[in-house]
Design a protein around this ligand. Structure first.
Ligand SMILES: NC(=O)c1ccc[n+]([C@@H]2O[C@H](COP(=O)([O-])OP(=O)(O)OC[C@H]3O[C@@H](n4cnc5c(N)ncnc54)[C@H](O)[C@@H]3O)[C@@H](O)[C@H]2O)c1
Length: 253
């Protein structure tokens, strides 16, 4: 039997789901009964996650898509919708995690990061709107970050994407609420995922742990549990919320 909350019959398209927070959300949502679309850059990596989910009795389909490319994104979403009958939710999770001083950011890096994080999230909204059932409603979850709320040196490209995600979330909550689509964001803090471990070393994580109000790093499951809640009927009147799952980082300022 699926675990709580019951997401049986829901189809959820999750980008960047081959590892890290995306994979964790996919596995948790599948455990809750959802059929998940595992979207990432490399097919063997996406398929490995889908196969792992299927091996424990869940339902998953894998897709190799660069989310920055609208044509590829929409084609994969159409295939997933055909497999599931519709798409109930999209999680805009894919991102290139890169920190560097502002005077070192190249045109190529800035274009790539904004194309994945901002453009890709817009394509995610369009994919949901093309394939959700207006009677049942739809749910869009964007991935924000505490870096959008205060100044973190060397994160200019990354934090401007996450700042845009704050704005996009509020805008689309207002725009799409009347169409029975809820739009929210998760704002996880300091989770040592494969991508984040490429940004911060052990010493930095030890320093951060001392400053996080709850005095520990985030776990992938913390974010996945919050995601399952946001997609559940228990969150049916939550729209336009940035849900911090960060142990108090953003609140502490
Ligand atoms: N880890 C943290 O502490 C943290 C904190 C705040 C927000 N976030 C956000 O959570 C999300 C997931 O982060 P993570 O830490 O799991 O990162 P990660 O690097 O471990 O995983 C990101 C995944 O996205 C995929 N991806 C990258 N570009 C893609 C593209 N163009 N098309 C499809 N897939 C692509 C990668 O291949 C990878 O599998 C990101 O949006 C990140 O900004 C993470």
């Amino acid at each position: 039997m699926a675990r709580h909350p019951d997401l049986s019959g829901r189809s959820v398209f999750i980008t960047g789901a081959a590892r890290g927070l995306g994979r964790s959300m996919a596995e948790t949502l599948a455990d809750c009964g959802a059929t998940v679309g595992i979207v990432d850059l490399v097919m063997v990596e996406a398929e490995a996650v889908a196969e792992h989910i299927r091996s424990r009795g869940g339902q998953a389909h894998a897709f190799a898509v660069d989310v920055a490319v609208r044509r590829l994104y929409m084609a994969a979403a159409a295939t997933f919708a055909a497999q599931c009958g519709r798409i109930d939710a999209v999680i805009n999770n894919a991102m290139l995690l890169k920190y560097e001083p502002v005077d070192q950011i190249t045109e190529e890096t800035l274009t790539r990061m904004t194309s994945i994080g901002i453009n890709g999230s817009v394509w995610g909204a369009q994919a949901l709107l093309a394939h959700y059932d207006p009677q049942r409603g739809g749910s869009l979850i964007n991935m924000a970050s505490p870096v959008a709320e205060k100044g973190f040196p060397n994160t200019a490209a990354y934090s401007l994407v996450k700042g845009a995600i704050f704005t996009l979330t509020k805008t689309l909550a207002a725009e799409l609420g009347p169409r029975n689509v809820r739009v929210n964001a998760l704002s996880p803090g300091s989770v040592p995922t494969p991508g984040a471990l490429g940004l911060n070393d052990k010493t930095e994580y030890e320093r951060r742990t001392r400053t996080i109000p709850l005095r520990r790093l985030g776990r992938e499951e913390d974010n996945a549990e919050a995601c399952a809640f946001l997609l559940s009927d228990a969150a049916s009147f939550i729209n336009g919320e940035i849900l911090h799952v960060d142990g108090g980082i953003a609140a502490a300022g």
